[in-house]
Design a protein around this ligand. Structure first.
Ligand SMILES: *Cc1c(COP(=O)(O)O)cnc(C)c1O
Length: 367
C-alpha cells in the first residue's frame, strides 16, 4: 500500500535554517513587540508582494475582526457563504449581521449580480472572499460599494502571491487580509497580515492590533493584541526564500491535473481573467453528492485523503438564521480539493489520476 497522501502538507524548511533565525532572537533577547525579525519580514514581504503597507498579525482571523472594528462597521455586512468559517464568525463576533449572497457557480466567488438586491439601509459593508485565490469581480464590487457608500473588506487568506490586473490582489478593497497558517501556501505556523493603501486607516489598523498604544503610557484608541511574535517571523523569514520554488512546484502539479484528468464527469473552477494565480488549491466539482462520497471512498481506499473544502455552506451554521442558498449549498455538497503541496510525487499523482479517471467506479446514475 502506498503512503498516505493528504490534501496538503505544511512546507518545512531545512531545520538548521530556522535555528539560524532563532539564534538571532536569542542574541537580541527579544521575543515580541515588533522586534528585528518582524520588521525584517515586514520589509521583505512588502517588496515580495509589491504592497505599500503590511501589518503582520498573530493569525488570519484577527485581521478580519480588526478591520470590521476599525472601519466602525455596524448593522448588516454582505458576505459569501462559500468560504472558511472565519469569514462569517468574524462578522458575528463583531456584532454585525452577515447577509449571505449566493455565489457564482463557475468562479465560486460572491455573485456580484445579486449584491444590490441584498442591500438595505442597514448595510455598511461587503466582506467577500477571493476563494481558492480566485479574484471576486473586484470592479463590480467597487462600483456597487461606491454607489451605496459601503466599505469593502477582502478575505484574501488564500491569496499570497496573487496578482490581479498587474498588481497585488492585496491592494484592492478598503482592507485585504491574509492568513499565514501552516496549511496555507506561505506560512509562519500561525500568522497573518492586513493591507490597506489608506495611510490613515493603516495607522488605525496598526494601533488596533497593538492594544491602541501610542507609546508606553498613551493610547490612540481601542485596541486588541494581534501582534506577530519573533518566533513566527523567524519561520516566515525561513520559508520566504523558498516561495518561488514552492509556487513553481505547485504549478507543475496543477499542470499535471489539468493535462491528465478526464474532465467528462468532473469540472474545475473558472479563474477570473487578469488573474496571476498562486496554485493554492485544486478544487474539482462532481455532479452529485452521492458520487462525490463514492469518489472520496475510492480515494480513501488507496490512502488518498482529499478534503471537502468548503463544506458545509456557511448559511448552515448553527448561530445563523438559516436561509437557503441554492448554488452555494449545491456546490459545497459536490466539491473537494485534491492533494496539492510541494513534495507531492508523480507516483502519487498517477494514483490519484487512476481513481478519478476510472469514473465508472464512482459515478453512478444521471448525467
Ligand atoms: C485560513 C482562513 C482564514 C483564517 O486564517 P487563520 O490564520 O487560520 O486564522 C480566514 N479565511 C479563510 C478563507 C481561510 O481559508
Amino acid at each position: 500500500m502506498n503512503k498516505t497522501i493528504p490534501v496538503t502538507k505544511t512546507f518545512f524548511p531545512p531545520q538548521d535554517e530556522y535555528v539560524n533565525q532563532l539564534s538571532r532572537i536569542w542574541e537580541n533577547e527579544w521575543l515580541t513587540n515588533r522586534g528585528e525579525l518582524v520588521r525584517e519580514l515586514e520589509s521583505k514581504l512588502t517588496k515580495y508582494l509589491c504592497v505599500e503597507n503590511i501589518i503582520l498579525t498573530t493569525n488570519g482571523t484577527l485581521p478580519l475582526q480588526i478591520s470590521l472594528k476599525a472601519l466602525g462597521l455596524k448593522g448588516e455586512v454582505i458576505t459569501t457563504p462559500f468560504s472558511y468559517v472565519a469569514t462569517t464568525s468574524s462578522i458575528v463576533w463583531e456584532n454585525c449581521k452577515p447577509i449571505f449572497v449566493d455565489i457564482d457557480p463557475e468562479y465560486l466567488t460572491i455573485d456580484e449580480e445579486k449584491i444590490e438586491e441584498a442591500i438595505t439601509e442597514k448595510t455598511t459593508a461587503i466582506l467577500a472572499t477571493h476563494v481558492f485565490g480566485n479574484a471576486c469581480n473586484i470592479e463590480e464590487i467597487e462600483r456597487i460599494a461606491n454607489k451605496y457608500d459601503l466599505k469593502v473588506i477582502y478575505d484574501a487568506a488564500h491569496c499570497f502571491g496573487v496578482n490581479y490586473n498587474g498588481k497585488s490582489i492585496f491592494q484592492y478593497g478598503d482592507v485585504s487580509t491574509c492568513s499565514f497558517h501552516a496549511t496555507k501556501i506561505f506560512h509562519t505556523a500561525e500568522g497573518g497580515a492586513m493591507f490597506t493603501n489608506d495611510s490613515k486607516l493603516n495607522h488605525k489598523l496598526f494601533y488596533s492590533h497593538n492594544f491602541g498604544h501610542n507609546g508606553p503610557t498613551d493610547f490612540f484608541g481601542l485596541g486588541i493584541n494581534a501582534k506577530m511574535s519573533e518566533l513566527q517571523a523567524a519561520m516566515g523569514l525561513t520559508v520566504l526564500p523558498y516561495m518561488n520554488d514552492i509556487i513553481q512546484e505547485r504549478k507543475a502539479i496543477v499542470d499535471f491535473y489539468d493535462e491528465n484528468l478526464n474532465f467528462g464527469k468532473i469540472r474545475k473552477i473558472k479563474l477570473r481573467s487578469g488573474l496571476n494565480w498562486n496554485y493554492s488549491y485544486y478544487p474539482i466539482i462532481v455532479d452529485s453528492e452521492a458520487n462525490l462520497l463514492r469518489l472520496i471512498t475510492s480515494m480513501n481506499e488507496v490512502n488518498v485523503f482529499p478534503r471537502r473544502y468548503f463544506y458545509p455552506s456557511l448559511n448552515n451554521l448553527s448561530y445563523i438564521n438559516y436561509n437557503p442558498l441554492e448554488i452555494s449549498e449545491s456546490i459545497a455538497s459536490r466539491i473537494i480539493c485534491l492533494p496539492l503541496y510541494s513534495g507531492l510525487k508523480v507516483e502519487s499523482l498517477e494514483i490519484i489520476k487512476k481513481i478519478i479517471n476510472n469514473d465508472n467506479n464512482w459515478s453512478k446514475g444521471t448525467r
